[in-house]
Design a protein around this ligand. Structure first.
Ligand code: SAM
Ligand code: DTB
Ligand code: SF4
Length: 325
């Protein structure tokens, strides 16, 4: 279960880590990684968008924000049968966690029973369940926990200072409040961010400080590489230096040693070699399956081949999980 964090991180301390020679940083990250994760093993999470598009928020990176012309059309919440079939296929392909996303600013009380039903479908398959539905109230978090939810994904995305450059329709504190509600309801916290938004290294450090100083620390930390979406304000953002991305993964591993660091969006733009460096730096989870929410992800077969070439085993489903969520 969750354990409390070991130290209070400062941005200055994190910037010192960024300034280390690359090899020294990776050595430190890999040493810490092996203390907590002795096996070379990868956790696979498959994503499904259960409610496409039409979102009222203005997240400058997002293909599902209604105000940008990205070609994504708003759809209704998926039915339980479609969700179950997708989850069964993900399980058969080797995923242990099934994560359902909705393009919502916040969960509405009227949708809670339908979401609870979808969570129960996932739990019947013995998979870990995760949802990302926007902001929650205390009673909604409690209802999701009662339905058997294992993880709630809610990203802080960037530093507190840079946040308003990227999203103006909610505040950083709104984000932290939902994370707090998730934690209080006894649901595992999945929270991370995006690299390549145009943020500075100082902002990347600030984001990691926010995540690492959550108490307890998050159990999952997704690190997304911005997928620039035509029609969004960030469509022309230049790609991040791959070594800066790997450094960020390594520092996340050092600061939040017991978490699953997930190589999240943007892997189609990464070489096999860059992904291997991320795994060496401490990433031990990926999104698995040919689609993220809207954008493409590497083919499952290609991912399995890459893991095989690197001798990395795939985490198996522990059948007891379905009884102890
Ligand atoms: N609407 C909910 C919310 O914003 O919390 C859940 C879905 S939202 C799409 C989940 C996360 O996906 C965002 O917080 C962001 O970190 C990530 N994301 C969205 N679009 C992205 C993009 N173009 N590139 C990288 N990450 C992205
Ligand atoms: C997260 O941090 N990344 C995933 C998951 N959590 C929900 C979503 C990535 C979305 C990438 C753009 C898209 O396909 O919409
Ligand atoms: Fe809406 Fe989430 Fe996209 Fe923001 S990231 S526009 S809240 S779906």
């Amino acid at each position: 279960m969750s354990e409390t964090k070991e130290q209070n991180w400062t941005v200055d301390a994190v910037l010192k880590l960024y300034e280390l020679p690359f090899n020294d940083l990776l050595y430190q990250a890999q040493t810490i990684h092996r203390q907590y994760f002795p096996q070379s093993e990868m956790q696979l999470s498959t994503l499904l968008n259960i409610k496409d598009g039409g979102c009222p928020e203005d997240c400058h990176y997002c293909p599902q924000a209604a105000r940008y012309h990205t070609g994504v059309t708003a759809k209704k919440l998926l039915d339980p049968e479609t969700v179950r079939k997708n989850a069964e296929a993900a399980k058969a392909a080797g995923a242990t966690r099934f994560c359902m996303g909705a393009a919502w600013r916040e969960l509405k009380d009227r949708d809670v029973p339908a979401i609870a039903n979808l969570i129960q479908e996932i739990k019947k398959l013995g998979m870990e369940s995760c949802v990302t539905l926007g902001m929650l109230t205390d009673s909604q978090a409690e209802a999701l926990k009662n339905a058997g939810l294992d993880y709630y994904n809610h990203n802080v995305d960037t530093s507190p200072e840079y946040y308003q450059e990227i999203i103006t329709t909610r505040t950083y504190d709104d984000r932290l409040q939902t994370l707090n509600r998730v934690r209080n309801a006894g649901i595992h916290v999945c929270s991370g961010g995006i690299i390549g938004l145009g943020e500075s290294r100082h902002d990347r450090a600030g984001m990691l400080v926010t995540l690492a100083n959550l108490d307890p620390q998050p159990e999952s930390v997704p690190i997304n590489n911005l997928v620039p979406i035509p029609g969004t304000p960030l469509e022309n953002r230049p790609p991040i230096d791959p070594f800066e991305f790997v450094r960020t993964v390594a520092i996340a591993r050092i600061m939040i040693p017991k978490t699953r660091v997930r190589l999240s969006a943007g892997r189609t733009a990464m070489s096999d070699e860059m992904q291997a460096l991320c795994f060496l730096a401490g990433a031990n989870s990926i999104h698995y399956g040919q689609k993220l929410l809207i954008t493409a992800n590497p083919e499952a077969k290609k991912d399995r081949e890459l893991l095989d070439r690197l001798g990395i085993k795939i985490e198996a489903i522990q059948e007891t999980r379905q009884h102890c969520s």
